[in-house]
Design a protein around this ligand. Structure first.
Ligand code: SF4
Length: 435
């Protein structure tokens, strides 16, 4: 479900000109975004030995089931332990029921190595202490299964913050780097990437002389990479504030870089990693020449169609700033407003510096005001959540669901044209309808 959270005690909007000298409209009103449970949809595919047990309501179960689109006869790696009226009224011992659910689940699924208990709005409302439950269940089921917890509730998290909370929960479980190795830098790519994208990046890193690169999350949640002094952290996603902080607390150092979207972003991301690891930029330029050329050619056709089209980003996934940089610089689209639920000034510094002068940024949301601004701007394409897309389509706007930009492999040179096509298709469809 969409989390609709009015926060009336804060001022409706203020402006802040500190963000790489771009004006930022800050809003704290009703917002229309998915909750952090949505992250389970891509995380359960990525970590093949993990299971996500949402402790929530039937609504939470419906959200995950429909967002993941899993057929009922499949054995997915997620489920919902339903909190019912008896639990809400305090008539049942929820911890006892949870223990039994976990016991049955682990007996039926011997493939599970890491079990995430995922908090929701209902579990928060009844103040269910899932960290205590996770510790108790870990003790019960060790060494076979590690039980961890995080919150995906719509009260605490938006959409992609669920991944951040999940990865942050994994950080304390990562082994420490051996003392003898801390003087040797090691690259850690942080943020979930589709397997096909991860494989491409592994090949590119190997081609530039970095064959040992670790990824978080790894395909097996039970075999986590080591972290410590000497770890150079390269963020693959811009929404990982808590995870990055937890890794920094363990001694990792972040490599400042834009995100690997489009040809320009991917090259800058690889160059930043190479620089931090002592590899010459000429090596990167040479190793990436062929895929860059292919991607540039593929983008040229898209640019012909998309250049000059005006685009409006509603806040949803926190990918909005890197996407805006890509569509404006590589596709020639015009930015009307770039909204993000949260602008992490440090993690986005390199991206913000690449946005055109005068770009209107907004942080947070007051949905009715933002809809008014969108209508006034009359963009050709609106990127927004599912809850806004249908009404805007009915008003005659072409829309792109921001959730699709998270589910689809879009990072890297080979995916640059696919990413551009995601913006092109709704415009083509609307043109065909108009014709
Ligand atoms: S966690 Fe909250 S916002 Fe998300 S589906 Fe459950 S009730 Fe709805």
């Amino acid at each position: 479900m969409n989390a609709r959270i009015p926060i009336q005690s804060l001022p409706a909007s203020t402006t802040d000109a500190s963000c790489a000298d771009l004006p930022v409209l800050r809003e704290r009103g009703q917002r229309e975004v998915f909750c952090g449970l949505t992250g389970i949809v891509w995380l359960h595919r990525k970590m093949q030995d993990a299971f996500f047990l949402v402790v929530g309501s039937r609504t939470c179960a419906h959200l995950i089931q429909s967002a993941a689109g899993v057929m009922i006869f499949a054995e997915p790696r997620f489920a919902t332990a339903i909190i019912d009226e008896r639990d809400l009224a305090g008539l049942a011992d929820v911890h006892e029921e949870l223990d039994q659910v976990v016991q049955r689940l682990l007996a039926r699924r011997p493939d599970i190595r890491v079990l995430f208990l995922v908090g929701s709005c209902p579990s928060e409302v009844i103040k269910l202490d899932l960290s205590r439950a996770a510790q108790r269940l870990s003790r019960l089921h060790q060494p076979r299964v590690k039980v961890l917890n995080y919150s995906g509730s719509g009260i605490e998290t938006t959409f992609t913050e669920g991944e951040d909370a999940c990865l942050a929960a994994l950080v304390p479980e990562m082994p420490s780097r051996p003392a003898a190795e801390v003087d040797t830098p090691e690259l850690l790519v942080v943020g979930s990437l589709a397997d096909v994208v991860e494989d491409q990046f592994r090949r590119l890193f190997a081609a530039i002389g970095l064959p040992r690169v670790a990824f978080l999350p790894a395909r097996q949640a039970s075999t986590l990479p080591a972290v410590g002094p000497g770890t150079r952290m390269l963020l693959a996603q811009p929404f990982l504030a808590a995870t990055a902080k937890a890794l920094e607390d363990r001694g990792a150092v972040r490599i400042p870089a834009p995100y690997p979207l489009g040809v320009e972003g991917t090259l800058a991301w690889l160059l930043a990693a190479a620089d931090a690891m002592g590899v010459d930029s000429a090596v990167v330029e040479a190793a990436t020449a062929a895929p860059r050329q292919r991607a540039t050619q593929a983008l040229a056709a898209m640019r012909t169609r998309l250049a000059g089209q005006r685009i409006f980003f509603f806040p949803d996934s926190q990918l909005e700033v890197p996407l805006a940089r890509f569509v404006s610089r590589e596709l020639g689209m015009q930015l009307t407003e770039v909204g993000s639920p949260y602008l992490h000034r440090t993690h986005l510094a390199e991206e913000l510096a690449l946005l055109p002068a005068g770009t209107q940024l907004s942080e947070g949301q007051d949905v009715e005001r933002q809809l008014d601004r969108c209508r006034a701007a009359a963009p050709d394409l609106v990127v927004c959540g599912l809850g806004l897309a249908n009404p805007l389509e009915a008003e005659g706007y072409a829309t792109k669901w921001s959730i699709e930009l998270v589910f689809t492999p879009i990072q890297g040179f080979e995916q640059a044209a696919d990413l551009a096509a995601l913006f092109d298709r709704p415009l083509q469809r609307r043109q065909r309808l108009a014709a």
